[in-house]
Design a binder for this molecule. Structure first.
Ligand SMILES: NC(=O)c1ccc[n+]([C@@H]2O[C@H](COP(=O)([O-])OP(=O)(O)OC[C@H]3O[C@@H](n4cnc5c(N)ncnc54)[C@H](OP(=O)(O)O)[C@@H]3O)[C@@H](O)[C@H]2O)c1
Length: 245
């Protein structure tokens, strides 16, 4: 139980990678704020699963692209749990479009949901972080290193996440706050459910470990970065890609 008595706030925790992170941190003993946007029922299922395993969790709603919504949610979490030790920014959206069809609306939505959310949530939790030992883990993407056609805006928004991660680590280190990121490659979630089978096969063949990621593969890496075992790691993005890159 590496996270006994810790309080963790996980965005994007109603589904996919964020849900796996919430379950993992709870399994390590943390009390978890399961943050969802539109899928309340899915978030409640994550909470019930955690409680059913003897853990502590509660669901909170926020639109991570909207700083007022994030502020209100963080205040509710702090009122419920007293403080926040671990922030995981896992909420994100992917909208695919070739260069000629990129819209201002899609650019705005992806940058606000994927990158501004990191700023908004980090700002919101700062007053509630303990004097020492707090940490933030962001979710980037392997596409920062190797964008695919159609992923330009999403990949750029995740590039912004990397730079925010590294910059905030510099600024917050003096407070004992570590800031890191994980960069998954294709992971089996709703976000990747539409990838054609032939590309899945090709990606699997190119992955040294011979399979694609499950959300739990990413969650375990996040749990490591959020634990004291990673106490000397900050300002880093860890590739969680089975060797694919
Ligand atoms: N899956 C991959 O292959 C992959 C690879 C690299 C990086 N990533 C990144 O990993 C993270 C998780 O991805 P995933 O595959 O688990 O995605 P997913 O299954 O599509 O789930 C997305 C999650 O983000 C939440 N979310 C979306 N927009 C939001 C908003 N405006 N405010 C608050 N929450 C919002 C959703 O909440 P509701 O359902 O409640 O609306 C949901 O919990 C994302 O940052 C994604 O970019 C994924």
């Amino acid at each position: 139980m590496k996270m006994k008595d810790k309080i963790a706030l996980v965005t994007g925790a109603s589904r996919g990678i964020g849900a796996a992170i919430a379950r993992k941190l709870a399994g390590e003993g943390a009390s978890v704020a399961v943050v969802y946007n539109g899928n309340r029922n899915a978030a409640q299922q994550v909470v019930q699963a955690i409680r059913g395993s003897g853990g502590q969790a509660a669901a909170f709603q926020a639109d991570v692209a909207d700083e007022a919504s994030v502020q209100a949610m963080v205040q509710q979490v702090a009122a419920a749990f007293g403080r926040i030790d671990i922030l995981v920014n896992a909420a994100g959206i992917l909208e695919v479009a070739p260069v000629g069809q990129i819209s201002r609306e899609s650019f705005h939505a992806q940058f606000y949901t994927n990158a501004w959310s990191v700023v908004a949530a980090t700002q919101a939790v700062l007053p509630y972080l303990p004097v020492t030992g707090a940490c933030i883990v962001n979710v980037s993407s392997s596409l920062v290193l190797q964008p695919k056609p159609g992923s330009a805006v999403y990949s750029a928004s995740k590039g912004a996440v990397d730079v925010l991660t590294h910059s905030f680590a510099l600024e917050l280190g003096a407070r004992g706050i570590r800031v890191n990121a994980v960069a998954p490659h294709i992971t089996r979630t709703d976000m990747t459910a539409g990838i054609p089978p032939e590309r899945i096969q090709a990606e699997t063949a190119l992955t040294p470990l011979g399979r694609l990621a499950e959300p739990e593969d990413i969650a375990d890496a996040v749990a490591f970065l959020a634990s004291d075992d990673a106490r000397w790691i900050t300002g880093r993005t860890i590739l969680t890609d089975g060797g694919r890159m």
